[in-house]
Ligand binder design. Structure first.
Ligand code: KG4
Ligand code: ZN
Length: 360
């Protein structure tokens, strides 16, 4: 059995987890900074880095303790190298290097997006995967439509040209004065709203497999908010609350916005599946928690739809450890497993076939 400790710190969750053979979660610890950033309506990078520094030791210790093991039992340590915030990534990678060096085990650098892909391998009961599959990663930082041909082999079919899907949820959440992060709150409000109340734009409805969500956010803003007067801006000051028009129903706006965003995700995924003759779609990332997305993806396409359990949709370290397993196994077999303790973070690392190897 292969024990891998995963460490994740690319954004606002400090996470560590132990995964056995890339499939079985032995422990999964997450210290969320949501409360810290909620006050500002978004992630504050400098504060996020400090919070990671404070939490990471205890989180990693807890992951080992929950799994009932010590570092000596580990076969490898996996850490998120990017993409993400440079300062927060550095906290994780440096901690992982120290631990790997002390334990005398290899260090495997993982792409955070590949981690989201492998959250699907942690779904119980595990069903074998027949490649190729389509993968739609929809999170706060990314919207990526990928063709996964094998373990570690990805072709990027489309991505967002501006805001990520989760970012759009968060920005519209802020416009509607809902708590941060907006996604789950918009979903909740949408359940009581009429999705046909507003006809918000569906951008790039052409042959392209790319996405654009910033126009959708602007359309919502124009439709529902009153532009603040100079006096109102001064008075509201740091609160930054938006003033909604009197006739606006938050539930209807939430439902109509969610429908526009989800519809375009489903439409493009269906088109990609047709173009590449694929029958299965893996949804991952925070927005894959959205029930309307799951439902419409099943209803409006002929695809088999797989998604992770709710606690693995958002950022966690189990997915990082799971992704590392296949890399570790293949490199061990090929005799190419090497650890470079000068491994740097890659804040803009794309997930493509040409992306750099894990251990370099
Ligand atoms: O994957 P994740 O935890 O972090 C990133 O890697 O970015 O995703 C967080 C994002 C946030 O934008 C949040 O609003 C969104 O996922 N989200 C949702 C839902 N739950 C979380 N969006 C729509 N519906 C949800 N139920
Ligand atoms: Zn993520």
């Amino acid at each position: 059995m292969t024990y891998i400790l995963g460490i994740e710190s690319s954004c606002d969750e400090t996470a560590a987890a132990v995964v056995i053979d890339g499939k079985t979660i032995a422990s999964n610890v997450i210290a969320s900074q949501i409360d810290l950033h909620a006050r500002y309506g978004g992630v504050f990078p400098e504060m996020a880095s400090r919070a990671h520094v404070e939490a990471i030791g205890a989180v990693a210790d807890q992951a080992l303790a929950d799994a009932g093991i010590t570092v000596n039992k580990l076969d490898a340590i996996a850490v998120t190298r990017g993409p993400g915030l440079v300062g927060t990534l550095l906290v994780g990678i440096n901690y992982a290097k120290g631990l790997a060096l002390a334990a005398g085990v290899p260090l495997v650098g993982i792409n955070h997006l590949e981690g989201h892909v492998y959250s699907l391998w942690l779904t119980q009961p595990f069903r074998e995967v027949e490649f190729p599959v389509l993968v739609l990663i929809v999170s706060g930082g990314h919207t990526e439509l990928l063709l996964m041909k094998d373990h570690g082999d990805y072709e990027r079919l489309g991505s967002t040209l501006d805001d990520a899907a989760g970012e759009a949820f968060d920005k519209v959440g802020r416009l509607l004065n809902l708590p941060f992060p907006g996604g789950p709150h918009i979903e909740q409000a949408a359940q009581m709203g009429n999705a046909a109340a507003y006809d918000f734009p569906r951008a790039l409805r052409d042959r392209s497999l790319n996405f654009s969500f910033s126009g959708l956010k602007t359309a919502v803003m124009r439709e529902v908010t009153v532009p603040p007067s100079a006096e109102a801006r001064r008075q509201r000051g740091a609160e930054k609350k938006s003033q909604l028009r009197a006739d606006v129903s938050v539930n209807d706006v939430a439902a109509s916005f969610q429908e526009a965003l989800v519809e375009i995700l489903v439409e493009k995924t269906a088109r990609a599946a047709e173009l590449h003759n694929v029958t299965e779609i893996f949804l991952s990332g925070g927005v894959s928690a959205n029930q309307r997305l799951r439902h419409l993806m099943r209803k409006q396409t002929n695809l088999n739809v797989r998604y992770p359990p709710l606690n693995l949709c958002t950022d966690n370290a189990a997915m990082i450890a799971a992704a590392a397993y296949y890399r570790y196994r293949d490199e061990l077999q090929a005799g190419t497993l090497a650890t470079d303790y000068s491994m740097d973070v890659l804040p803009m690392w794309p997930l493509t076939a040409e992306s750099q190897p894990s251990t370099g």
